[in-house]
Each structure stands twice: as C-alpha cells, then as structure tokens.
Design a protein around this ligand. Sequence first.
Ligand code: NAP
Length: 471
Amino acid sequence: MAQLGTDAAPLRVAIIGSGPAAFYVAERLLKEQGTAVAVDMYERLPTPFGLVRFGVAPDHQKIKQVTRVFEKAAGQPAFRFYGNVEYGRHVTLADLHRHYHQICFATGAQTDRRLGIPGEDLAGSHPATEFVAWYNGHPDFRDCTFDLSGTRVAVIGVGNVAVDVARILCRTSEELAATDIADYALEALARSSIREVSLIGRRGPAQAAFTNPEARELGQLPGADIQVVPEEIALDDVSRAALAEDDTETQRKLAILQEFVGRPPAGKPRRLSIRFKLSPVEILGDDRGHVRALRLVKNALVQDGDRIRAVPTDTFEEMPVDLVFRSVGYLGVPLPGLPFDEKRGTVPNEAGRVIDPATGGPVPGCYVSGWIKRGPTGVIGTNKPDGKETAEAMLADAAAGRTLPAPEPEQAACERTLARRRARPISYLDWRRIDEAEVGAGAPTGRPRVKLTSLEEVLALLDGTPAGGGA
Ligand code: NAP
C-alpha cells in the first residue's frame, strides 16, 4: 500500500463547516510541502463562507473580501466542496470514519445565550442572532418576522453584534440599498418606524465589548444622532484603578465615547443611545403579550479577582420599548458523536485535538477549529492562527502515523454514501454559478449582489427548474 500523504495516497481530510475557521484549516493543510492532502469540505447550507455571508453586516462589505483568500484555497485541485450536506443527516461520524483519515469540525456557535429573566419570550423580544441571520438572507431565518412598526428598540449587550444590529436599524434606506442585505429585509427596513435605538451595557464604557472602529462608526451615521449619558461615560474609580497605562485600546475607546458627550443633536431622523451600567431584570408586556418596556437596574462596578463585575444597586429604571434584541453572545451546540462542554458551549480540546473527558486522551482523528473550539470570541482574523494551530496538530499526528484507518478512502465510495442518503450536494463549481448570478443580479442597481435566500431558488438556478416548482 502506498505511503499516506503521497500523491498515490493523499491524507484524506473532512472539514465540517465552511466559515473562516474551516477555510483557514483547509488553507494551511493544502499549503503543506511534502505531504499530499485532499480536503473535502461539508456544509449544511447551499453556499460557503458561514458567518462571512450570514454574520458580517451588509454595510461592512470590505470585511467580506476575506473570501478571496478562501477562494484561492477552494480553487486547488485537492479541494472539494459539498454544500447542502448536513453532518448527522446526510453524513454520519461512522461514514466519515470509513472515508477519511482525519475529521475537523468547524461548526461555529449556532445558537444564542439567554438572559434568564422574566418576559424574555414575549412577542417582540428576539435573539439578535436571528435578526442578523434574517437580514443577511440565511435560508433558515428568511421567514422570521420582526415588527418594526413601533418607534423604540432596545438592544441588550454592547458587543459587536449588538452594534451591528443597532447600526442596521439606524441606516437610511439609501445606505442599505447599496449593500447585499436580503431583498425582503431591505423592503421591511424601508417601512420601519423605528426612531430610537438604545444599546444597553451591564458594565461601564471601559468594559464595553465592541471594538473601536465599530464604536467610532456609531458617531458617523448620516441618519442617526448619537447620545450618551455623561455620568455613565465618566470613568468610575474601580475602572480607573484597573486601567493599565499601556492599554491604549481602552483609552482610545473611552476617548471615542467621551467625544459623544458634548455632541449637540443634529436633527437626524433617528437617535442612537449607548447606555451603561444597566441590567435588564424583566421585559414587561402589554395585555396582548407584546413587549412594552424594559425594567432595568442600575449597576455598580466591583473588582472581582481579575474581572470587573456589575453588581445591582437598588435603583431601577423603566424604559418604554416596542422591540427588544438580546445580544449577549452566541453559544455552541453539541455535535452527534462528539464530547461537549455544556457550560462553555465548546468541544473539549487541546490545541484543536478533541479530548475525551472520560479518558483525558485525544479522540483519534478528530479535531476542532474556530468558535466550537474556543468559544464565540474574536474577529474573523482570529481564526487564522486558530486554524493554523489545528491544522498543524493534524499534520503532526499524520506524520506520527496517528490517523484513522479510512478503509474506503476513494471519492466514489464517499459519494455513494451521499447518494444513499439522498443528499443533493452543491459543488464549488455550482457555488461559482450562484455567485455569478447573485453578483449579476446586483449590478443593474449598483448592489454588490442580490442573494438567493432559499435552497429552492438555488436549485432552480442550478437545475433550471422553476423556483416554487418543488425542487
Ligand atoms: P460579545 O463580544 O461576547 O459581547 C456580548 C455582550 O453581551 C457583552 O457586552 C456582554 O457584557 C453582554 N452580556 C453577556 N451576558 C449578559 C447579561 N446577562 N446581561 C447583559 N449583558 C450581557 O459577543 P457578540 O457581540 O455576540 O460577538 C461575538 C464575537 O463576534 C465577538 O468576538 C465580536 O467581536 C465578533 N464580531 C465582530 C464583528 C466585527 O468585527 N465587526 C462583528 C460582529 C461580531 P459583559 O462584557 O459584561 O459580559
């Protein structure tokens, strides 16, 4: 038998997921000199790129250009894409064991954290992640509805997702019309009556999770005046004592927010407030069971070990709102056949090697990358070193002969498995056709693309069947 990692017997790797965490692993594996690696990437959705397509805000097109790096990896002959193929349904762990020497899971964090307060499930209270997926044309969320007929929205949390949601709600129709936001969202937001958007942080400005360029952008919106409460922006003693002299990033953040204090309103159609040191304790409903207000408690900040924590005072505030977006972080979900750390929402691992908590040893041939490995933190670029670490663990294990036996490594055997499960895989060549059609549809109106938002539309394009005609 030919030696593994040669052209006659390449190291066969399956990557589950096709977001940045998946592509950075593929890119590093395919770059390896002296080891032939074949990468098959499986994606549940019809299109690749995960959160670059469905998470990155439509008014942040530049960030999406990272896909050029991924396209380069995908263009290599040793790379294959199987879109519209779901792990656990069309392909199981046992199947992957038969066909691959190594398996890397890069499935992200697919659900949202909850607040755990009364009223969280009232009509008009939504996870921000659903709104983001909706306006980005995610097939699973295209049919969600958000009542934008009220005037006031609260976004709980001050991370970059909360900022994205607030910004999209404050963008003018003209601004949104120049993006690749889903068509139905463009229409719904054009009809929106929202006038006041409040971002609500439980700790102070020095602890705000949003990054500085995102904070600065909030003060530059053509359609919304920015507003802060001077006492909430002022640096408290605990934060001042903890702020290191060389922490220029936080100092810059504070300066950006300080600059908002003295700004007179310019009479723009919307108002965007950033509030701090407030925690929601209850979402209050009206007699129809719809959100009508937020009950908030003012917090004080205390040093607790190496973290500054918010502790409630006995002062409360009621904020009338018509809509609430809860944006307090994503959460990973368990994968069939893999160990899972429920508390962290991640798969236990060491440098990307999946660890069996029962033995403390590595699960042979099984790896993770991205949010399912480290939790939902960091920006897209964070996944590059993270993916490299996982890929290098995989290559080191392969070099040491620690791989799965993969008794049926041929592509044909693998594709027979998919056919048996009635999968209708979408190839990378198919994706190029989808991409071309989307970009072409955007061109006449100057949009970067008009997204196809359902599998039916995608198959109609690829197979020439009419959309709505039971593809
Ligand atoms: P995040 O950055 O972890 O922010 C979560 C926010 O929720 C924090 O403000 C946190 O406050 C707050 N929070 C958590 N539990 C809470 C509770 N019980 N009550 C009130 N507030 C609570 O998460 P994210 O915004 O979902 O973003 C996920 C990752 O994607 C981040 O790394 C982010 O930078 C990245 N991302 C980047 C971009 C970009 O680069 N433009 C865009 C979107 C997302 P505490 O700090 O007090 O815990």
